[in-house]
Ligand binder design. Structure first.
Ligand code: NAP
Length: 286
């Protein structure tokens, strides 16, 4: 097994569809699989991978758990404290976080700019950390993080305040409690909570209302199942543009595949459209 994703659970993962489409597109004989791994079994899996694997992805809840077993991680992954992609380089296991660029590519694909933007992020879990870092790295002017547990939002602003990135010296950072949420004064609004995720939770929203949202604000809800959350429907009622999390998922995948194989998948719009089409067809068939 050369390429795979680990998680607990992992059955829901659509990473095999993404990577197997890439391998087929480039006529590669490789196959990508899912592996259900409990936290206590990560060490054994990593040792096996050292012998015979080439690359793997990590999904919830192991993005931080994997770090002690690697030989090195990128500076970005260290700051975000999450690795979602591992590659073997000269026998050493190196960890990366492709959610960071995956988010930036989704924003750009949607015709928006992080450079100079006022960004509000709802949530302060692992995904929010990567997204906040992405916005910071790509030159956001103001980043406000709202979370139920304010200490986690403060952890992110503290992490960014020590991140050494040239373009972002003027970024203003705010951590606020979720009950103080105000939808106004932002260009990009992101739901990075798990509220609204999955069957039976479609009617839940992380906030009470989007009152005060500016007409040009674009809402990115990084949930992709369901494809339109209640929060997205609320934004549409205000006349705002919305995007779900499917493109972020696809982009983090193509970037990971390029780290392993170097095909150039992240720049191949025809392939990315094909992956999107296959994931949408799969959803219709479910
Ligand atoms: P996580 O680390 O568990 O964080 C969950 C976040 O949701 C926390 O901020 C938590 O707040 C908040 N939350 C949970 N229940 C809440 C509630 N009832 N009210 C208000 N806030 C609540 O999860 P994660 O890994 O960051 O993932 C978050 C979401 O992003 C998931 O839906 C995941 O599927 C999605 N995701 C998508 C992509 C993509 O590529 N599209 C990538 C990664 C993740 P507290 O801190 O107060 O508990």
């Amino acid at each position: 097994m050369n390429y795979f994703v680990i998680g607990d659970p992992v059955e829901h993962s659509v990473s095999p569809q993404i990577h197997n489409t890439i391998f087929e597109y480039y006529d590669s004989p490789e196959k990508y699989e899912k592996v259900h791994v409990k936290k206590d079994d990560i060490k054994v899996l990593v040792e096996k991978f050292r012998q015979e694997g080439r690359g793997f992805n990590i999904t919830v809840p192991h993005k931080s758990n994997i770090i002690p077993y690697l030989d090195g991680i990128s500076e970005e992954a260290r700051l975000v404290n999450a690795v979602n992609t591992v590659v073997k380089k000269s026998g050493l296991l190196m960890g990366y976080n492709t959610d960071i660029e995956g988010f930036a590519m989704q924003v750009s694909h949607a015709g928006c700019r992080l450079q100079g933007a006022r960004v509000k992020i709802i949530g302060a879990g692992g995904a929010a950390r990567a997204i906040a870092y992405s916005a910071f790295k790509h030159g956001a002017r103001i980043i406000t993080i709202y979370n139920r547990t304010i200490s986690k939002a403060e952890d992110i602003t503290n992490m960014l305040s020590v991140a050494n990135i040239e373009e972002t010296t003027n970024c203003q950072l705010y951590a606020k409690v979720l009950s103080d949420f105000d939808a106004g004064f932002c260009d990009i609004l992101v739901n990075a909570t798990s509220v609204g995720l999955g069957k039976g939770h479609e009617e839940e929203m992380p906030i009470e209302s989007l009152e005060g949202i500016l007409p040009h604000t674009v809402l990115f809800d990084i949930i992709y199942e369901p494809s339109q959350t209640r929060l997205m429907r609320e934004a549409v009622k205000y006349g705002n543009r919305t995007c779900n999390g499917l493109d972020m998922l696809i982009y983090q995948g193509v970037i990971a595949n390029d780290i392993w194989c170097g095909f150039g998948a992240a720049k191949n719009q025809e392939l990315i459209a094909e992956i999107r089409r296959k994931l949408l067809v799969r959803k219709v068939l479910l």
